[in-house]
Design a binder for this molecule. Structure first.
Ligand code: PGA
Length: 248
């Protein structure tokens, strides 16, 4: 098995202000460098300014969504060409909040991943089951279906993405999947990726859902968990730094 460098990505969601961002980034930069790769995925209006603040540092920046289209009459949407102009390294696609509140389908998510890769931006593709699906014993079926559409759409390029397993019931709820529960799903996803790509063992599979300084190390210690996608704990420098340090 190849050694995988861990990745910790902050997902700021719709939080922040110019002043709060400056303070948060200042705290992260002061604490680094880290043993893991670190990124922040910020609201689109702040990308330019965050990019300037982080330029030349070891902290990468990314977006939280992108359009599946190159350009055109898509009011309110942001294209991957625009993101790449700001030096974006990552874009989160298929976050459960986008699937739930914007009706994004598995195919749209896969199309977004594909267009991002075409611009050299690494998509962080989110998959995860709801509480009802977990209780109905459908976790494996749901996450495999979500990932299979991405595998089918990307073909051999699947090896270039980052996958984030985010059980919907654990996001923002304070209920973390146990390290064993998370590892079990990560192992399933890794096996599915192995069947599709020889690069599966080098791919990073992140866990997301109420990762905090006090549970990060145990989660990141699981064999198939290669870092985290961090929401609430990414908004305070001390918390985010602690999570980054837990990753190595
Ligand atoms: P949380 O969010 O860490 O606040 O649970 C994670 C996410 O939604 O990416």
């Amino acid at each position: 098995m190849s050694a995988r460098k861990k990745l910790v990505a902050g997902n700021w969601k719709m939080h922040g202000s110019r002043a709060a961002n400056a303070e948060l980034l200042g705290g992260i930069l002061q604490a680094g460098p880290f043993g893991a790769d670190v990124a922040v995925c910020v609201p689109a209006p702040y990308l330019g300014e965050v990019g300037i603040t982080l330029a030349g540092s070891a902290v990468a920046w990314g977006a939280q969504d992108c359009s599946a289209h190159e350009q055109g009459a898509y009011t309110g949407d942001v294209s991957v060409s625009m993101l790449s102009e700001f030096g974006c390294r990552y874009v989160i696609v298929g976050h459960s909040e986008r699937r739930a509140y914007h009706g994004e389908t598995d195919q749209q998510v896969a199309d977004k991943a594909k267009i991002a890769l075409g611009k050299g931006i690494t998509p962080i593709v989110c998959v995860g089951e709801t509480l009802a699906q977990r209780e109905a014993g459908q976790t494996e079926e749901v996450v495999k279906r979500q990932l299979s559409v991405v595998i089918h759409t990307l073909g051999q390029c699947i090896g270039e993405i980052v996958v984030a397993y985010e059980p919907v019931w654990a996001i923002g709820t304070g209920k973390t999947a146990s390290p064993e529960q998370a590892q079990e799903v990560h192992a399933l996803l890794r096996a599915q990726l192995r069947a599709a790509s020889q690069r599966a063992d080098g791919m990073r599979l992140l866990y997301g859902g109420s990762v905090k300084p006090d549970n990060a190390a145990t989660l990141f210690g699981q064999p198939d968990i290669d870092g985290g996608l961090i929401g609430g704990a990414a908004l305070k420098a001390a918390d985010f730094v602690a999570v980054c340090r837990a990753a190595g």
